[in-house]
Structure formats: structure tokens, C-alpha cells
Design a protein around this ligand. Sequence first.
Ligand SMILES: Cc1cc2nc3c(=O)[nH]c(=O)nc-3n(C[C@H](O)[C@H](O)[C@H](O)COP(=O)(O)OP(=O)(O)OC[C@H]3O[C@@H](n4cnc5c(N)ncnc54)[C@H](O)[C@@H]3O)c2cc1C
Length: 404
Amino acid sequence: MNFDQTEQQRALVAATRKFAEREIAPLAARWDEEEHIPRDHIQKLADAGFFGLTFPEKYGGRERATLDAILVVEEVARHCSISARLIVDHNFGAVDTILNFGTEEQRRRVLPAVVSGEKLISIGMTEPDAGSALVDLKTAAMQEGDWIRINGHKRWITGAGEREYTLVYARFEEISGSEGIGAVLVEMGTPGFQIGRRIPTLGVRGLREGELIFQDALVPKNILVVPPGTGFRLLMSAYNGQRLAASAVALGIAQGAFDYALAYADRREQFGQRITDFQAIQFKIADMIIDLEAARYLVYRAASSAVGAISDRMETSLAKTYTSEMAIRVTGAALQMMGGEGYSREHPIERMCRDARMFTLAGGSTEMQRLAIASHVLGRRLPQHRDTLNSAELGMVEHSDEGG
Ligand SMILES: Cc1cc2nc3c(=O)[nH]c(=O)nc-3n(C[C@H](O)[C@H](O)[C@H](O)COP(=O)(O)OP(=O)(O)OC[C@H]3O[C@@H](n4cnc5c(N)ncnc54)[C@H](O)[C@@H]3O)c2cc1C
């Protein structure tokens, strides 16, 4: 496959790089330290045209290819993973679900507001007792005339309390298994919808990870985005794009760490010579480049074959698994190459190591991705649920690997 960038893509990457170096890089450490990214910076990302990159123009989008959006995410992540995650959340996942499966009225109401940065959106899937086994989620949605009543508890929701919309995955009418799962769009301020506590994290600290609590929250029926029945399959297919975009964040973080550590190592002298003159360091550099390029190939290949922002399950799992583990290896090697300086908070490498750590967990853990890959290779579903009697409904790999 040929991944030579087109003229247009080169211009997009160059413009993104310029923006990231000027507007993002100087502030990324502060947002990590303060554990907050200001709304006016998020607005700058929207104003730069980074939200809704692949969306039709009629919703404010730029009609770019999925690979173009992935290139933007990667470039921004070289400097700041949380800015990159914001771009992911406003191109893939929840917004893409609305674009592909929502009603025209929902698309017109939500997408232009999200693309312009006026409103932000989260994805609410995970619960205290439903992580990898998302199909066990319990948040209950009951239809009552023109309303849907929601009761439940979500955990690990990125942007909880800071974003106007959340696409909430819920179980409808107490129907068990994947067939009961659909998704509704809930607005902040809905009576009965509260923001729970913040979860302190190792990395990506500028984004609030938190809990959502629904106690008899009543939302109008017309905000049902994906109904139950076959809905869960649609939700998972749309979520695949977000998983792929998360791989691009991991790739960008690793590339950023490599670039920074390489520049340092080429300046740093010990034993009267540059440390890049030592073969042990040269081998480290070579291994890091091999890892980065292999990951880049998998990410770009999955992005190139995506239809809209919906990517192939197998290609996405290959990219996600390899890239998330690669990012841990490469950021670790970058820190090692910088010696004690790599451990100092005066350089961005320690932040990059912390930020890179999340990708084997969030967006479907690497264990769940491996199960999906094996399931594809073996040509059959691999039941995970202990209650195999219910395995037609519960815990199939295809239905169980999830996350934000
Ligand atoms: C930084 C961050 C941001 C997140 N953002 C969001 C978000 O915005 N929205 C959202 O809904 N969720 C979000 N999540 C949640 C994320 O999707 C879950 O953490 C993820 O799906 C894993 O679920 P869990 O944490 O409950 O782990 P568990 O499911 O409890 O798994 C624990 C361990 O067991 C392994 N395991 C579980 N089942 C199996 C199996 N069958 N075979 C082999 N190994 C298995 C897992 O791989 C993992 O290593 C986020 C998480 C993090 C860390």
C-alpha cells in the first residue's frame, strides 16, 4: 500500500504542525500540572477546523478523508495528548454515531454545535461493573410515552462534567444481553443527571475522568440515537473509529518522545563524545524507529480502508494493540536515552510516558483486542462469559470488548 501523502495532506500536516508548535506545545505541561485544559484552548482547536474533519459540509465539516483526520490527531499528539484526545472525541465515536445512525433532526441540532466548539461531547459506556464486559451494563432506560427515564451509574467518562452532551449507552426495558443496549444523548443540566466524583489519574491529567449518575433522569424520546435490538452492533462499529483514532494519539505521543530524546542525545556528550556515537544508543534509535514505522503502517492502513470514520474491526484491533504497546516501549526508551534528565519534569518525556500508559487499557484493552484478532483468525466468536448457556447473548468477544 502506498501512503505517500498527497499535496493536500502535506499542507494539512504542515499547517497542523505550525499550529501545534505555536498554540499547544508551550502550554501542554501547564495543563498537565494544573489538571485542566481551558475552554478557550478547546475553542481554538475548533476554530482551527480540527473538529468534524470528515463530516459533510452541511454540518460544518470539512469532508476530509479519515486518514487526514488521523494525520491531524497524530501531529497534535506529538506535543499534547489531551488536545489530540479532544480532536478524537469531536471527529469519532459519539459524534460519528450521531452522523451515521442518528436522525436528521439530531444531526442538524448536534453536529454543527459540536464542530464549532459551542458544545462538547463525551461517550458514556463504562460502568463500575461493566468495563471489558460492556454487554453487562446496567444503566436502565425505560420508555414512558414521549420520555425515556434513565437510572444508573457510569464510570471513567472522559470530560465528565465539562462537556454539554454525553452519548449514554443504556439497557432498554430490562432486555438482557446485547439486544437490550441502545444509546441516548443526554444534555448537561437534565434534571436527575448529576456529575459524580473525579477519578485521579496517572496521565492525561488535563482531561477530567469521572462518574455520571442518573437518578430518574427524564429525557425526551427524540434524543434516542440508537435504539436497542441490533443497535449494539451499530454502536460498536462506530466506536471502532474512535479506537483507531486513539491509536493515532499513541503513535503521536511516541513520535514526539522519540524526536525530543533524539535531539537531546545528539547534543549530550559523555566520555568526550556525543552519546549518539555509542552503538548501544544507535541500536536503541533503530529499534524505536522500527517500532514507530510498523505502528504507523498499521494505523494508516486501517485509516485508508475506513468507510467514513468507520474502520475495519480486524485492522483496527491490529493497529490498536501494536501501537498502544509500542508507545509504552518507545516513550520508555526515550526516557532511558535521556538519563536522569528524562525523569525530570523539566522535560516532557515523563509526561509522555504517563500519557502513553493509558492506551492498553482505554478503548478496549489489548487483551480484548487480542481476543478479537484471534476470533477473526479462527473464524468464530470466542465466548468469554462464564454462563456459556447464555453465550449467544452474553460476553461474546465481538460484544464485550469496549472502552473509551
Ligand atoms: C484514561 C481512560 C479514559 C477512559 N475514557 C472512557 C470514556 O470516555 N468513556 C467510557 O465509557 N469509558 C472510558 N474508559 C474506560 C475503559 O474503556 C475501560 O477502562 C476499559 O474498557 C477496561 O475496562 P475496566 O477498566 O473495567 O477493566 P476490566 O474489564 O475490569 O479488566 C481488567 C483486566 O482484565 C482483563 N480482562 C477482562 N476480561 C478479559 C477476558 N475475557 N480475557 C482476558 N483478559 C480480560 C482486561 O484486559 C484488563 O487487563 C476510560 C479508561 C481510561 C483508563
